[in-house]
Design a protein around this ligand. Structure first.
Ligand code: FAD
Length: 477
């Protein structure tokens, strides 16, 4: 039995929720005075600083989490700096004997956690970690030969073959109050003091109009999706002009909803047989798991080609004008431009358009995928350490189970096929609002004045040929 002066610490990271939070539930069950802390750590070796859009999200998500914790009799302590050091200080301040956290899977984060666990053990503390954010922890899924998977389909098949996906945990009824600390409250960090929100200029209005960061927002998204488009996901997911996907990505990124909860809600609705379309949706969750599986065994996925032969690929350094045009949605190809403007305005882009916009940068402009990855990292609210680089490498052809390099998305064909009436294009490119469903995909052929909308930045067939030549050169070298 713990002495009454002992306390516990829960360190929350990418698991900003009360529901299905094993670390929080276990700490609550222990019943000792409990400190719940979030640390903004941009100083530990290798930890990648957040981009602008994820900073905005984090601010609001933490505000929502703090309010939820307070309503349960607890609160959220904020600290900034190298996490290992800060946890040690906090242990001393609170006389903590028990540390709880949910596991992370990136290399720099695992290094911090392992060091802390070793330190805790040496010092007679109990450090307990839990599986919370992935249905299948990377090391538990192995090929017959005992290595990591490189191809999605057998990976996902192997996951599901042995699947014993646990039920999510309920939100704890109450939480133990925080202990008294020796450090004064004035010394604590504040959310506003972190300056995560953009100012001068504040570009976040478009994000705020679309998103509700936090657990309530995540729950609403999940229920709306399952009540609505889920059973037509197979086709709806390809149409950027409709809300055919869940838009759960930023909520999953920050752990505002657990994948176990998503899985459970599906099983609950379909206890006997999951409809095919909902099965396709579940496989997309599988892609998220696969990306983390890849990152776990390839910690430098954001900086190195997964396929080393691509190290010899001759990328061209993009001119500033070209890069500006891509980033600002002014390439002259409406499908790409609508996507890039959706990204800038809302912090999110439809998956089909992400593929087309990424392909345009990498293949038609022959720009290194890392340039695009960095821009998405800064602008996506769902920017994810595994999914972002894995998908960029997938598009570039340098990744695992990647799209072959010679498959080059044609933004005009994509546009005609997946936004036939031009609804999506018109929403994000007001300059084209008056063009009809036929003309809008190739506005330069419309023969009318276009209110400042640019002509195509590159010729599609020519730039395609150039990309294929560069790829052939790589294969021949
Ligand atoms: P849904 O279609 O509803 O899918 C449900 C969930 O499955 C998503 O929320 C996401 O968690 C997961 N998922 C779906 N597709 C993928 C995929 N291809 N790879 C990994 N997970 C997937 N997704 C991110 O979460 N973060 C990123 O940083 C990211 N960067 C990308 C970069 C590029 C170049 C491309 C082509 C794709 C990227 N994706 C990324 C994958 C995908 O575009 C988004 O997950 C999806 O658009 C999110 O919308 P949704 O939640 O409505 O997805």
């Amino acid at each position: 039995m713990a002495s009454s002066t002992e306390t516990s610490i829960v360190w929350l990271r990418d698991d900003l929720r009360l529901d299905d939070n094993p670390a929080l539930s276990e700490a609550a069950a222990l019943g000792l005075p409990l400190t719940v802390v979030y640390i903004l750590d941009e100083e530990s070796d290798g930890v990648r600083p957040l981009g602008g859009a994820t900073k905005w999200w984090l601010h609001h998500s933490l505000a929502s989490l703090a309010a939820a914790l307070e309503a349960k009799g607890s609160g959220l302590l904020l600290r900034r700096g190298p996490a290992e050091e800060i946890i040690r200080e906090l242990v001393a301040e609170t006389n903590a004997r028990h540390l709880f956290w949910n596991r992370r899977y990136g290399q720099p984060e695992r290094t911090v956690d392992a060091a802390l666990k070793a330190w805790a053990t040496e010092n007679g503390l109990q450090a307990s970690s839990y599986q919370a954010n992935l249905l299948f922890e990377p090391w538990t899924v192995q090929t017959g030969a005992g290595g990591p998977y490189k191809v999605f389909t057998p990976f996902w098949r192997a996951c599901l073959a042995g699947a014993d996906i646990r039920d999510p945990l309920q939100v704890p009824g109450t939480l133990p109050a925080p202990p008294k600390r020796t450090r004064t409250a004035q010394a604590d960090d504040t959310l506003d003091g972190w300056g995560l929100l953009p100012s001068a200029p504040d570009w976040s209005a478009g994000l705020a109009a679309v998103w509700e960061p936090g657990e309530d927002g995540a729950r609403n998204r999940l229920e709306d999706f399952l009540d609505g488009p889920a059973e037509e996901y197979g086709t709806g997911r390809n149409i950027p002009g409709v809300e055919g996907t869940s838009r759960l990505s930023p909520h999953l990124r920050f752990g505002e909803v657990s994948p176990f909860r998503v899985w459970r809600q599906i099983r609950r609705r379909y206890p006997n047989k999951v409809p095919a379309d909902v099965g396709i949706f579940r496989a997309e969750l599988g892609w998220r798991e696969f990306c983390w599986h890849l990152l776990y065994t390839n910690p430098d996925l954001a900086t190195r080609n997964y396929r080393p032969d691509f190290d010899r690929f001759e990328w061209e350094k993009p001119g500033k004008d070209e890069l500006d045009a891509w980033q600002q949605g002014r390439t002259g190809y409406p499908f790409v431009d609508a996507g890039m403007r959706q990204l800038w305005q809302t912090g999110w882009m439809h998956n089909r358009v992400r593929m087309a916009a990424a392909s345009f940068l990498v293949k038609n402009l022959l720009t290194d995928w890392r340039v695009g990855e960095a821009w998405f990292w800064d602008t996506l609210v769902d920017a994810d350490a595994a999914s972002n680089p894995a998908n960029w490498q997938w598009v570039a052809g340098s990744g695992a189970d990647a799209s072959p390099y010679y498959r080059i998305f044609n933004p005009v064909t994509q546009s005609k096929k997946f936004d036939a009436a031009g609804n999506y294009l018109r929403r994000f490119i007001p300059e084209l609002a008056d063009l009809d469903g036929k003309a809008i995909h190739e506005p330069w052929k419309a023969g009318v004045e276009l209110d400042g909308y640019p002509r195509p930045l590159v010729d599609l067939p020519e730039s395609r040929e150039r990309a294929l030549e560069a790829y052939q050169k790589l294969r021949d070298s």
